[in-house]
Design a binder for this molecule. Structure first.
Ligand code: ATP
Length: 295
């Protein structure tokens, strides 16, 4: 059983002050993009994980892997064995701010549910996703959605079609470290309640790239740039090559470039690759569907 799962970009990521539990309230507008991992599950004697792809060596193969944790949680709920082999074909950058681990968690959950013939209701699958991590529910549903709470409470939103280029950076950034840097930079300042921007939601629904370019916003960007100042050069390179807007994807260090069409995407990707300011590029469209079983 193979399930394909998309990466995401946050077209708006509004971050509130740290809560007493350490999490931050977010207003998070998720958009799934056409960059996919594939998760294949097959019956086995015990729970094992393997991974292939350019970044495979950075992916944990023990039970800390979100795909393994998804299989464990679903099996425990169903009162059955979790003995399954999980293979991840990894295309989503690791620790890149594109919810790659979350995608694999959602993919393994759906794949195991289908393999084991459990027919778990979607609402229950979403509960398990939220237990796995804040970004996991969105990986299951895909498309475009507003995430509130710590990002896991989803409301679908309308999205027209857009073209994107992503620049994969050398190395990764730890999401908790970026939030800690956000807190450090926010010290002594009033952090407003995070709220979805009406202008952003209208632009997203319209499919007008110029309108969306003016409305993209990521409150984690100053923190990511503070930890990785080199990313500024990548952002500038993409803009100089004709991108309509640039931003750090989620907690980074992947950077995202909104472009007018496929032709502009090729031009921006070529300029980024030639500049030496990133490790690789990926050209994508949005919105992409959520976790989907492949025939
Ligand atoms: P997000 O955008 O949700 O903050 P991310 O894209 O920045 O996440 P991930 O690729 O999900 O980051 O990886 C973060 C860390 O999670 C990795 O460094 C790795 O140790 C761990 N991890 C657990 N499961 C996986 C998985 N299936 N794929 C990649 N990393 C995983």
């Amino acid at each position: 059983m193979t399930v394909r799962v998309p990466a995401k970009v946050n077209v708006q990521l509004a971050v509130g002050a740290a809560r007493p539990d350490g999490f931050h309230d977010l207003a998070n507008v998720f958009l799934a993009v056409s960059l996919f991992d594939e998760v294949t599950v097959t019956p086995a004697d015990e729970l094992t994980v393997t991974c292939s792809g350019p970044d495979a060596d950075q992916v944990p193969l023990d039970r800390t892997n979100l795909a393994a944790r998804a299989a464990e949680l679903l099996a425990a709920r169903a009162g059955r064995s979790d003995a399954v082999h999980i293979h991840i074909t990894k295309n989503i950058p690791v620790a890149g701010g594109m919810a790659g681990g979350s995608a694999d968690g959602a993919g393994a959950l759906l794949a195991c549910d289908l393999l084991w013939g459990l027919h778990t209701p979607t609402a229950e699958l979403l509960d398990i996703c939220a237990e796995l991590g804040s970004d996991v529910p969105f990986s299951l549903v895909g498309g475009a959605a507003l995430g509130t709470g710590r990002g896991e409470l989803l409301t679908p939103v309308e999205a027209g079609a857009f073209h994107w280029v992503f620049a994969v950076a050398e190395g990764g950034l730890s999401t908790p470290a970026v939030f800690r840097e956000f807190d450090r930079l926010a010290e002594g300042r009033d952090v407003p309640e995070p709220q979805a921007s009406p202008a952003l939601l209208t632009a997203l629904a319209s499919g007008d790239p110029d309108a969306l370019a003016g409305a993209l916003a990521n409150d984690l960007q100053p923190a990511a740039l503070s930890l990785r100042p080199d990313l500024q050069r990548t952002l500038t390179t993409g803009l100089e090559a004709g991108a309509l807007a640039s931003l750090v994807s989620g907690s980074g260090p992947t950077t995202a470039f909104l472009v007018r069409d496929g032709e502009a995407a090729s031009k921006v990707a070529a300029a980024l690759e030639a500049s030496g300011t990133c490790r690789a590029t990926r050209t994508t469209t949005s919105p992409a569907p959520g976790a989907t079983a492949l025939p």
